[in-house]
Design a binder for this molecule. Structure first.
Ligand code: KDG
Ligand code: MG
Length: 402
């Protein structure tokens, strides 16, 4: 069997997605997500100009060899563009292999290690009372785990606050939006916010929070410590992860669990954090970290150190990524939780899928492959529409991490 052709499908059913379709000479095809929010066209060019020509004529069964060929063969290693492109090929090839076997992908990954995938949803509000109500909404939908974010008093915008009710979408059309950030205001506010959430809803569900890379190590240590009475499931991205020694300092001060990794694209980005047990959850995901094959290696390393998985699952990761991630989540022994930001109805229509939500869990379904397809005719009705993530500045104008 041979790969006959492969091409990228770019569509914007409310937001931009890039999908790679790999077609074999027997007509069986596989899909991989290649979406890199705000930098979509770089991955398209990388795939079209440099990867697809090297795939034609290869045996699609040779997943690991093709992965190594694309990784080592490029000479230039890692990076979000390269690794998203490799991930798309890898995901599509696993999809093909599982379809040919007539099995849902998780069966090829060793079968089920659990019956369903616990997911967390995003509750957010412009102020405490709106956010507390949003948590009620998610608990009412059956979620066992909820991420809570609220607007910070004195700041017009805050990371994580949705424009719609269920769909948080930070990217905006046109050039990047500028937002103002104040760590001081946030640090004062955040423990009071979580006290209010626990006071209203109690402790019988998992509560998560995303700091979104905004603090210095000592500030993050203070925040982690101040949130201990609210017993968080995790505090995510407390500091920018380039400085990994920061985590040692944070660990010395707090037992609030830490999750990091949504911007990582390789096992080498997280190796030291895992081996030194500086994190509790690793958030690498299928699309940005080299696909199913590479993610399994990261999970196997993490398993040795009792670090669990908590893959990124924001709306900018397409349903193809979500479908593939669920098979991974179902199979790995050290699964922790899966982020699940729902897609809009328009997006779901472009990507018909077999996964389903019930009482706080997602189930990938038993269709052969990863169970997510694309309606190319419908996709063509939504042309690419450039959008960027915001940038953040301190109140004095200094550029900081968004
Ligand atoms: O594209 C960036 C988003 O995926 C990111 O801001 C979402 O931090 C995020 C999360 O935890 O979902
Ligand atoms: Mg995050």
């Amino acid at each position: 069997m041979k790969i006959e052709r492969a091409y990228c499908i770019v569509t914007c059913p409310g937001r931009n997605f890039v999908t790679l379709k790999v077609v074999t000479d027997q007509g069986v095809y596989g899909l991989g997500d290649a979406t890199l929010n705000g930098r979509e066209k770089s991955v398209v060019a990388y795939l079209q100009d440099h990867v697809i020509p090297c795939l034609i004529g290869r045996d699609p069964h040779q997943i690991e060899d093709i992965w190594q060929y694309l990784y080592k063969g490029a000479y230039w290693r890692r990076g979000p563009v390269t690794m998203s492109a490799i991930a798309a090929v890898d995901t599509a090839l696993w999809d093909i292999k599982a379809k040919l076997a007539g099995l849902p992908l998780y069966q090829l990954l060793g079968g089920k290690s659990r019956s369903g995938v616990m997911v967390y949803g995003h509750a957010n509000g412009r102020d405490v009372s709106e956010a507390v109500d949003a948590v009620s909404h998610y608990l009412g939908l059956g979620y066992k785990a909820v991420r809570a974010q609220a607007g910070v008093p004195g700041l017009d915008t805050a990371y994580g606050i949705a424009k719609g009710k269920l769909f948080y979408e930070p990217a905006t059309k046109g050039l990047p939006e500028e937002q103002i950030w104040s760590t001081e205001k946030y640090i004062d506010f955040i423990p009071r916010f979580f006290e209010a959430v626990r006071a209203k809803h109690g402790f019988d569900f998992h509560l998560l929070h995303d700091v979104h890379h905004r603090l210095t190590p000592i500030e993050a240590a203070r925040v982690g410590k101040s949130l201990e009475p609210s017993r968080l499931f995790w505090m995510e991205d407390p500091t920018p992860a380039e400085n990994q020694d920061a985590l040692r300092l944070i660990r010395q001060h707090t037992v609030t669990p830490i999750a990091i990794g949504e911007v990582f694209n390789s096992i080498h980005d997280c190796r030291e954090l895992i081996q030194n047990q500086l994190i509790d959850y690793i958030r690498t995901t299928v699309v940005h970290a080299g696909g199913i094959s590479h993610l399994r290696k990261i999970a196997a390393l993490a398993e040795l150190y009792q670090v669990r998985t908590g893959s990124h699952g924001a709306t900018d990761l397409s349903p193809v990524c979500m479908g593939a991630a669920l098979h991974f989540d179902l199979s790995v022994p050290n699964f922790g939780i899966q982020e699940y930001m729902r897609h809009t109805d328009e997006t779901d229509a472009v990507f018909p899928h077999h996964y389903s939500f019930d009482q706080g869990f997602l189930y990938p379904g038993d269709a052969p492959g990863h169970g997510v397809d694309i309606d190319e005719k419908l996709a063509a009705k939504y042309p690419y529409d450039p959008a960027y993530l915001p940038i953040a500045r301190l109140e004095d104008g200094t550029l900081c991490s968004w």
